[in-house]
Design a protein around this ligand. Structure first.
Ligand SMILES: [Zn+2]
Length: 625
């Protein structure tokens, strides 16, 4: 133990020039020394376009102002690069995007017209996980003034260097204790304390609204979101992937698995990196119980992209690898992806068209996951739909692990893990949440009443086509009555999650003739975003507006009846209906509390009258079948 402690300190001192000495950094597991061909990508000190990270030998990353003024100079000096603002944060910072293209005009329409595959890559959605920004700066420099001009012969690139711009400026050496550099890094959530990578379905934040607007406008064929992991130790430095079989885009997933992954793995390996699959330790500690592949739902960028039928890649660089290694790995992956799109862009476009043309008769809302409740982290659990159903047995994953041992804590008096820094080849169980638990059939369309204008507005922001009616219309629709409603905030039962009180409940269908007023929206599911529409509007979906608590007013009763009115009415009702008499007797027998509660009895009769609020607990969105 002493040895590792010491070696960690030595390496720390070497790679960080003793510039930070937080307890957390010196407690990180031993670093595995790394050298790779990708180090040749680093600019020489006399290069006028050397990036701030390169200049510091990857000890630091530049702040927002320094980054953007560097980009301003670079883009002004190169006809291949254009810098545009795609929106402003709550603190007033522009969210910039760089368009890299050899086309003369770079409007969305012109890029579309060029026919070249378009890639959208973003960094800093979690602004402390910033590798992608520094990698993108190097790559764009090399496109503009280095040897990478040819990249733009056959592809176009949109690059967002910092998405969570405000959080990027909440910079500190104390923000990510499990991460090996840079010296200071941004914060995970934005200025409103919202996690941008939980916002893709609900669209609360300006940052994610800006990206979704870019997706709507430019329609990229591939979308990459670059992060850094937390958690367990292993040998891989760059882990990445799409959703695979768990997704809503089977043709795209097949392309990602069979064409993208082998090509990216090959390029990363050739440059000295250690590519791996996306990893979540099932027991939230090590991989002794296996790995778990989850379907997070469209609150996440990758699930969202997949549900929109865009090839979407989540990149998770390993937090315990040094910043330099992670940045270079990101560079290699970005370049590799662009090179592949140059040759395989057409095949990806074909797969994309196939998925966008699909109109599955039913789509899954939830997936089975292994029951290891206490073992799965809160972060994982909050995104999952736990089920008691049995799941498929796992397959086996060849795993490049790191040796570890379990120690007894003198602080908590329980076990904790120590990573030993020694490579280990293992075979581990690989669970995949691929089995649907609940299906929803596809209606012809959905009706959202004008009264839910906020939801209509958000659905529109996704680029979903809709008709806003200008005259009231009566329509026969299926609607849901919500039963057993409860707040659903996972572990933190009564606390809000991402600024919302989440709801769950079961649904009972009713067929109704419903009058929708002018201003109501009709959304056909016969469109490429039809699947997304279903996931946003079906209450069973964990990422629906219902589940995110946008329909809380339906849980309130707002009209009442006085006992002196109800009393004679109840008497008359009993006289007139023997069926009601029978039901009343049964109800009293079954429920003694009810039988002895006059208010409950009158309320029961009230619910049987025409005076009762017919819309109480009625989910106001209608399904036209
Ligand atoms: Zn992240």
């Amino acid at each position: 133990m002493l040895f590792h402690y010491k070696s960690a300190l030595t390496i720390f001192a070497l790679s960080f020039l003793s510039s930070i000495s937080t307890v957390a950094q010196s407690s990180l597991p031993p670093v595995i020394e790394w050298k790779g061909k990708s180090e040749l990508l680093i600019a020489r000190p006399d290069n006028p376009w050397i990036t701030p990270a390169e200049k510091s030998n990857f000890v630091t990353t530049p702040g927002y102002n320094e980054t953007m003024s560097w980009f301003r100079k670079l883009t002004a000096a190169s006809p291949l690069l254009t810098m545009v603002s795609i929106g402003k944060s709550v603190e007033g910072r522009d969210i910039f995007m760089i368009i890299a293209s050899a086309e003369k005009t770079v409007t969305a329409a012109a890029l579309k017209k060029s026919g070249k595959p378009l890639m959208l890559a973003q960094a800093g959605i979690h602004s402390g996980e910033i590798d992608g920004k520094d990698a993108g700066m190097m790559l764009l420099r090399d496109i503009a003034f280095g040897k990478k001009k040819d990249l733009l012969n056959k592809v176009n690139l949109l690059f967002i260097p910092i998405l969570s711009v405000d959080a990027h400026e909440r910079s500190s050496p104390y923000n990510r204790p499990n991460q090996r550099g840079p010296q200071k890094m941004g914060w995970r959530t934005n200025a409103q304390n919202l996690n941008l990578n939980r916002d893709y379905a609900k669209l609360d934040t300006r940052e994610v609204r800006a990206v979704v607007q870019v997706i709507n406008e430019y329609d990229p064929v591939l979308y990459m979101d670059i992060h850094v992991t937390d958690g367990a130790d292993y040998q891989y430095d760059v882990t990445f992937g799409g959703l695979g079989q768990q997704g809503y885009s089977p043709a795209i997933s097949h392309w990602l698995e069979t064409i993208y992954k082998p090509s990216a793995d090959k390029d990363l390996t050739a440059n000295g990196h250690i590519p791996g699959p996306l990893l979540i330790a099932l027991n939230d500690r090590d991989f002794s119980k296996g790995n778990l592949l989850i379907m997070g739902g469209p609150r996440f960028s990758d699930s969202y992209g997949d549900l929109r039928h865009i090839a979407s890649i989540l990149v998770e660089n390993h937090s315990l690898k040094p910043f330099k290694q992670r940045v270079l790995g990101s560079y290699v992956l970005l370049e590799s992806t662009l090179r592949l799109l140059a040759t395989e862009g057409l095949s990806l476009k074909q797969m994309t068209q196939r998925d966008r043309a699909g109109r599955p008769a039913k789509i899954p809302m939830r997936f089975k996951i292994p029951q290891m409740k206490n073992a799965v982290s809160f972060e994982a659990q909050s995104n999952l739909q736990n089920s008691d159903s049995a799941v498929s047995p796992p397959d086996t994953l060849k795993f490049s692990g790191i040796a570890s041992r379990i120690l007894k804590s003198t602080v908590t008096n329980s076990d904790y893990i120590e990573w030993l820094g020694e490579p280990l080849a293992e075979k581990i169980a690989n669970y995949k949440a691929t089995e649907p638990l609940e299906w929803i059939t596809r209606p012809k369309g959905y009706w959202i009443p004008a009264s839910c204008d906020d939801v209509i507005e958000r659905v529109k922001l996704h680029g979903i086509r809709m008709e806003i009616i200008t005259q009231p219309r009566e329509v026969t629709v299926e609607m849901y009555r919500i039963q057993d409603a409860k707040f659903e905030n996972e572990d933190h039962k009564t606390l809000p999650f991402e600024g919302h009180m989440q709801m769950s409940g079961s649904t009972k269908s009713e067929t109704r003739k419903q009058l929708f007023s002018a201003g109501s929206a009709y959304i056909s599911t016969d469109q490429p975003l039809g699947d997304l529409t279903m996931v946003l509007l079906e209450p069973k979906s964990k990422d629906s507006y219902f589940s995110w608590g946008f329909f809380l007013p339906i849980f309130q009763r707002t009209e009442y009846i006085e006992a002196y009115v109800m009393e004679p009415m109840a008497k008359k009702m009993l006289e007139e209906s023997s069926a009601l008499r029978k039901e009343f007797e049964q109800r009293k027998e079954q429920d003694k509390t009810f039988a002895s509660d006059p208010d409950a009895i009158l309320a029961w009769f009230y619910s049987k009258t025409k005076y009762y609020d017919d819309r109480y607990l009625l989910y106001p969105v209608g399904r036209e079948l």
